[in-house]
Write a protein that binds this ligand. Structure first.
Ligand code: SAH
Ligand code: SF4
Ligand code: F3S
Length: 473
């Protein structure tokens, strides 16, 4: 048993870039069997899920639609808020029943919850049938852990800190149109409310050449879009010795001529003018920036350890709007941080009124064990926090609708991704500014960027019609 230790998360380790090799054997044990993977959490976790699937399929396994039919169940967990934990514990209840009927099913738990020492102990106490616990730093070991797994033994192999960067772990990408590309792992910011630096370790940037090679290969394979991933993409490069920063990486990625380049998430603190310049310069870098605000109160921002003030945020926001034509900016906001007063919340609303965001993810503060904010005095009742969230969401939704309405009767480029789940006669896709559009069209157009005339604007989506070439001319 190798349990993670949260206290070690702040220690820096030396990283190395290593090449991953798939285990060559075990096909007899798993060939033809079925796996069921459930992923919770952010894009990074989704992308890790794509690696987990590739590792399982290398063994000759195929995905199962129903968890009940699977021979191997993997839960790729998230720890960001309490409800993420609850979902996993809820799901484990279902697995418990299955294990009673079919004790040979192998259950593996990975992702960010596995990196929390107390949680792992709770997991294995409440659900002793779990076979494998692996972490975010050792996905490369999953194959080996499965080979060794048997129904009687429990194997817990979680590294406290980040390990090395493993290049060449295969991915089973969920889409053949858009792809995620990791550029930096981990987070050094230690915002006082956040568990991510503990579960994902210190910042480690991939080499620029490795990222560019991956994007160039994706382009050759016909991908239309890449999203560069990191908890803090603009921290890219500070741990490398070759002097590259995120702006340089963005530029090199744009030069591959892949049609669309996106990136997420940007921290307002180290967003340089050079980054803004590069985004404005290359038409294939999409004019869309997710720029988490978290709070509009300087007092709360300080308690959160965000390293910027309300005015600094607004100035950066305005600079982006001035210099990047047509840019859309979305944000994340937390309400009910410990000690947040009515006045602090009012400040947040004021920033929202100033910035009129294109959209926002909003959350009620959730104390995460081991983080400084979880020990701060928090006297605001939950009902009050819920009311603040409601007021904030009303505002956010109105501005989102307003920003969508600006596109009415305009023609915008839309990358079509698939058939709409709600209406099978329609296709869905995203504008360059990351707005969801439903369009009547032929499935033959999926994977193409087409001009769409916007006919209706709602808070969370747009409706439109494909502009035929003859109309365009
Ligand atoms: N790296 C990104 C976001 C990571 S988590 C960034 O720095 O912005 C995504 C969002 O979850 C955060 O932006 C924050 O708004 C929210 N979040 C993180 N920890 C939280 C907590 N303990 N309670 C409530 N929301 C939280
Ligand atoms: Fe969490 Fe802050 Fe890092 Fe984002 S920047 S992952 S909110 S610690
Ligand atoms: Fe969740 Fe881990 Fe992502 S905590 S949000 S899966 S980095």
């Amino acid at each position: 048993m190798n349990l993670p230790d949260l206290k070690k998360a702040k220690e820096r380790t030396n990283k190395e870039v290593k090449t991953y090799k798939n285990p060559m054997y075990a096909s007899d044990k798993f060939n033809g069997k079925k796996y069921f993977l459930r992923t919770y959490g952010c894009q990074m976790n989704e992308h890790d899920g794509e690696q987990i699937e590739a590792i399982l399929e290398h063994f000759g396994m195929t995905p199962s639609v129903e968890m009940e039919d699977a021979d191997v169940i993997v839960l790729n967990t998230c720890a960001i808020r309490e409800n993420a934990h609850d979902k996993v514990f809820g799901y484990l209840g279902r697995i418990k029943h299955l294990k009673k009927e079919r004790p040979d099913v192998i259950v593996a738990i990975g992702g960010c919850m596995s990196q929390e020492e107390g949680v792992v102990q709770e997991l294995i106490k409440k659900h002793p049938y779990i076979n494998i616990v692996f972490g975010t730093h050792n996905i490369h070991e999953l194959g080996q852990l499965l080979i060794e797994a048997n129904s009687k033994k429990q194997d817990i192999e979680v590294y406290s800190m980040e390990g090395d960067i493993y290049e060449d772990i295969p991915y089973k990408r969920a889409s053949n149109i858009t792809a995620w590309v990791n550029i930096i792992y981990g987070c050094d910011k230690f915002c006082t409310y956040c568990i991510v630096p503990y579960t994902r370790g210190k910042e480690r940037s991939r080499k620029l050449a490795d990222v560019v090679k991956e994007v160039a290969t994706l382009k050759e394979q016909g991908y239309q879009e890449v999203t560069l991933l990191g908890q803090n993409v603009n921290a890219y490069g500070h741990d490398l010795k070759d002097g590259y920063e995120f702006a340089d990486l963005l530029e090199e990625v744009a030069k591959t001529n892949i049609p669309r380049v996106r990136f997420v998430t940007s921290h307002p603190w180290n967003f340089t003018d050079k980054m803004i310049e590069i985004i404005a310069k290359y038409p294939n870098i999409m004019p869309y920036i997710h720029l988490p605000l978290q709070s509009g109160s300087d007092r709360i921002l300080k308690l959160m350890g965000r390293k910027y003030t309300k005015d600094e945020y607004i100035n950066l926001f305005k600079k982006m709007k001035e210099r990047i034509p047509n840019v859309a900016i979305t944000t994340d906001i937390i309400v009910g941080f410990p000690g947040e007063t009515k006045e602090d919340f009012k400040n947040t609303l004021e920033v929202v009124d100033t910035c009129k965001f294109d959209g926002a993810y909003t959350f009620i503060f959730s104390p995460r064990e081991g983080t400084p904010a979880s020990k701060m005095k928090d006297e605001t009742p939950l009902e009050e926090k819920e009311e603040r969230l409601y007021i904030l969401n009303e505002k956010i939704n109105n501005y989102a609708k307003e920003s969508n309405e600006k596109l009415l009767s305009k023609t915008v480029p839309v990358l079509l991704l698939g058939v709409s789940e709600k209406d099978s006669t329609k296709l869905y896709g995203y504008t360059d500014t990351m707005k969801l559009v439903n369009v009547k069209g032929s499935p033959n157009d999926i994977g193409k960027i087409i001009p769409v005339y916007i006919t209706e604007a709602k808070s969370f989506s747009l409706d439109g019609e494909e502009v035929k070439e003859s109309i365009k001319n």
